[in-house]
Design a protein around this ligand. Structure first.
Ligand SMILES: CC(C)(COP(=O)(O)OP(=O)(O)OC[C@H]1O[C@@H](n2cnc3c(N)ncnc32)[C@H](O)[C@@H]1OP(=O)(O)O)[C@@H](O)C(=O)NCCC(=O)NCCS
Length: 207
């Protein structure tokens, strides 16, 4: 069961429907706060709103994917699903490359063409989006989002709920603080404080 029938929910469903990507999972459908016709995504039904979740669990649906792009909303959805007894599997696209000793937390999603280097650690509910590179020894915090094509070079640390925009590049061993935002295309050469927002080349506060 996928919670979230928007763009990210569609991408997670696409991952699960890709041969080799679904593994042990059969997709029952999606659930969303708002159900608008046509109530289907990629041919799978949008079953209803969150009120359905206890019945789905009782009916034997075991696993759920909180598929909401916003980091805070995804973390909250993960907590609600866990409290209802759903397992939150890590989902890794079959076209991703994951290095030796890398760890991927519960509920994290690793999209197509991602490369994760050896001994990198991806936190629970983190989203490593299409084509991103997370090099060796990086640590990506809980419910953080590394957007499409972003590059975290070796040993970068990304705090919980932080967002690294599409195509951004982060210099080795830089620390990006919790809930910080890095704009698309930025080159991050210095540490970014918790909650800060940086953009540009080199990245500076503001934007
Ligand atoms: C940085 C960002 C969050 C700013 O969004 P915003 O608050 O809506 O900002 P605005 O579009 O109003 O732009 C404000 C100013 O910042 C500039 N700006 C916006 N994004 C920028 C970026 N990524 N790099 C450099 N400058 C940027 C704008 O040109 C504008 O400058 P101006 O005031 O001189 O005209 C956003 O542009 C961004 O980069 N988001 C990441 C998108 C992404 O990667 N999504 C992935 C989804 S999977």
């Amino acid at each position: 069961m996928i919670l979230g029938a928007g763009g990210h929910g569609k991408a997670v469903l696409d991952l699960l429907l890709t041969p080799g990507g679904s593994g042990r999972f059969e997709v029952v459908g999606l659930v969303d706060a708002v159900v608008r016709p046509p109530a289907a995504v990629l041919g799978r039904p949008v079953l209803g709103d969150e009120g359905l979740l206890p019945a789905l669990r009782a009916a034997g649906v075991t696993d759920a994917a909180p598929a909401i792009g916003d980091n805070g909303a995804r973390a909250a959805a993960g907590a609600r699903l866990g409290a209802l007894g759903f397992a939150l599997p890590a989902l890794v696209h079959p076209a991703a490359v994951v290095g030796r000793g890398a760890e991927i937390g519960a509920g994290a999603v690793v999209m197509a063409r991602v490369t994760i280097g050896p001994e990198a650690r991806i936190g629970p509910l983190a989203l490593i989006n299409t084509g991103a590179i997370v090099e060796h020894d990086c640590v990506v915090g809980e419910a953080a989002h590394v957007a499409p094509g972003a590059v975290l070079t070796g040993g970068v640390r990304v705090g919980a709920h932080a967002f690294v925009g599409a195509g951004a590049v982060v210099r080795p061993r830089v620390r990006i603080g919790a809930a910080a935002l890095v704009g698309a295309g930025a080159a991050v050469v210095d540490d970014v404080p918790d909650g800060a927002r940086v953009t540009g080349v080199p990245a500076r506060a503001g934007g």
